[in-house]
Design a binder for this molecule. Structure first.
Ligand SMILES: Nc1ncnc2c1ncn2[C@@H]1O[C@H](COP(=O)(O)OP(=O)(O)OP(=O)(O)O)[C@@H](O)[C@H]1O
Length: 229
């Protein structure tokens, strides 16, 4: 489903401030997996996620996602791929400032009962017609996750999707992600600093200084509801 071979990423290549951030990473994630990427701040996790999802161009190597080689797509093809194959939850939410949370969530997709139910379950209704600047970080993060879920993509990339959420909200969000994985076979690749999330993952990849230094297949995956948050 998501396969990378020896990918490298160098920012500002051949300039004074050249920075090698990925040093040749191989990844092979099957359909329906819940894969977490962990590692210290600055180790290259976000860059890796952006490269795997086609948001950032790699310097060398190959990436195949959903049977498409995403490295050699032209701009139009990359846009089509991003629109149809994947959804991305950004660490900084990336909501549009002058649209309400509701407008952000349904920017590209029709209103749906599933999303409306989650707006209620996640206690977002009271903020739904406010602009991002009028909302808490947690409310913005929930809206960013709902915008990604509204796409119903087969692959979901999430960069610290519970970073701004308290324990209860984290559990609610992760429970929805786990259901998508278990029932719809959605493939989830998620960056986290939260140890708990590794327990609900099928695969845990550790990145350090741009290298994959560890990979664990978890044969004892827990249900979100069974964990104490
Ligand atoms: N667009 C860019 N231009 C230049 N350098 C960049 C760019 N994006 C990231 N970097 C650098 O790449 C390195 C890795 O950053 P990255 O955001 O991938 O790390 P991370 O592991 O996700 O960190 P965190 O856990 O703090 O989010 C950092 O040194 C960062 O400054």
């Amino acid at each position: 489903m998501i396969k990378s071979s020896n990918i490298t990423k160098v920012f500002n290549k051949n300039k004074q401030n050249e920075l090698k951030v990925l040093n040749g990473i191989d990844i092979d994630i099957a359909e329906g997996e819940f894969c977490t990427i962990i590692g210290k701040s600055g180790s290259g996790k976000t860059t890796l996620l952006k490269c795997l999802s086609g948001l950032e161009k790699i310097t060398s190597g190959e990436i195949e996602v959903n049977h498409k080689n995403v490295v050699h797509l032209d701009k139009k093809e990359v846009n089509a791929f991003r629109k149809s194959d994947i959804a991305f939850v950004f660490q900084e939410y990336n909501l549009i400032d002058d649209l309400t949370l509701h407008e952000n969530i349904y920017l590209e997709h029709e209103e749906s009962d599933e999303i409306e139910d989650l707006i209620d379950e996640w206690d977002l209704r009271k903020a739904i017609h406010l602009f991002p600047s009028q909302c808490s970080g947690g409310q913005q993060q929930k809206a960013a996750i709902l915008r990604a879920l509204a796409k119903k993509a087969k692959i979901l990339f999430c960069d610290e999707p519970t970073g701004a959420l308290d324990g209860k909200s984290s559990q609610e969000v992760l429970s929805v992600l786990q259901k998508l994985q278990l029932k719809n076979q959605t493939t989830i690749v998620l960056i986290t600093h939260n140890e708990q999330i590794t327990k609900i993952s099928t695969r845990i990849i550790t990145v350090h200084d741009g290298n994959k230094i560890d990979e664990v297949i978890n044969s004892n995956v827990e249900l979100v509801e069974k964990l104490a948050w």
